[in-house]
Write a new protein. Structure first.
Length: 237
């Protein structure tokens, strides 16, 4: 176990639960607590942090809401996988309630994903191109199943992210993509949007196959602008 009195700081008196949460976040950031690791039992952890068990529970509940830890009923508390899906869940919920934020999200995706498509055109592998061809081909058979189409769409974009081979851009784009699930749950059910997306995906794929960075970036931007336009039209209807 890599958590002990030696690598935690004394807890200040106010507010205790908030400081407990900060302590645990610090231990995760420093690597003393790792993704998937189980925290010590509640009694032991409260003793290590020198706080009451109610204060500890309050802190753990807050971290659980943020997706930083997972509390298993009768099975302990674990550090989450710390992937975007885990950590951005509460933000995803917030964005799903705010139409203005979804519009901002589209703008961010247009900027980031267009740049990624340009990079991907220069670096994409033959195996990745084959996977994209398969996904685009499969999408034709998924027009009557929006949820499965959305899953294929996510794979399509993430394959392009990976092809860009830039860890920082991949993290940013993946985070935006996780948040974008809120808009996909709407646009995926708007008549005509999925068919248009298939055509857009084909154009993006063609540009990537040609290794044409400018064409790939423009195709990605056009695709995302088409989806945004469909979303805005639906909201105004």
């Amino acid at each position: 176990m890599t958590i002990s009195k030696q690598n935690v700081s004394p807890i200040q008196r106010q507010p205790v639960a908030e400081q407990v949460a900060q302590q645990l976040l610090g231990l995760i950031q420093s690597g003393n607590l790792k993704p998937g690791q189980q925290l010590p039992p509640e009694r032991e952890l409260a003793t290590i942090l020198d706080v009451s068990r109610p204060s500890l529970r309050e802190a753990l509940r807050a971290l659980s809401l943020l997706g930083v830890v997972k509390i298993r009923q009768g099975g302990g508390v674990y550090v989450s996988a710390l992937d975007p899906e885990s950590l951005l869940g509460p933000i995803h919920f917030f964005i799903s309630l705010d139409d203005h934020n979804i519009e901002d999200l589209f703008e961010a995706r247009i900027v980031v994903e267009s740049a990624i498509a340009k990079l991907a055109a220069k670096k994409i592998s033959g195996e990745q191109l084959t996977h994209l061809r398969t996904l685009v081909s499969d999408e034709d058979s998924l027009l009557d199943d929006p949820q499965k189409f959305i899953d294929a769409d996510v794979q399509f974009h993430r394959t392009i992210f990976d092809a860009a081979e830039n860890s920082f851009l991949i993290r940013v784009a993946t985070s935006l993509h996780v948040l974008g699930r809120a808009s996909r749950e709407i646009t995926g059910y708007i008549p005509g949007v999925l068919k248009k997306s298939i055509k857009d995906h084909q154009k993006i794929l063609e540009a990537l196959e040609e290794r044409d960075a400018e064409k790939a970036g423009a195709a990605m931007e056009r695709h995302l602008r088409n989806v945004r336009a469909a979303y805005l039209k639906h909201q105004q209807a």
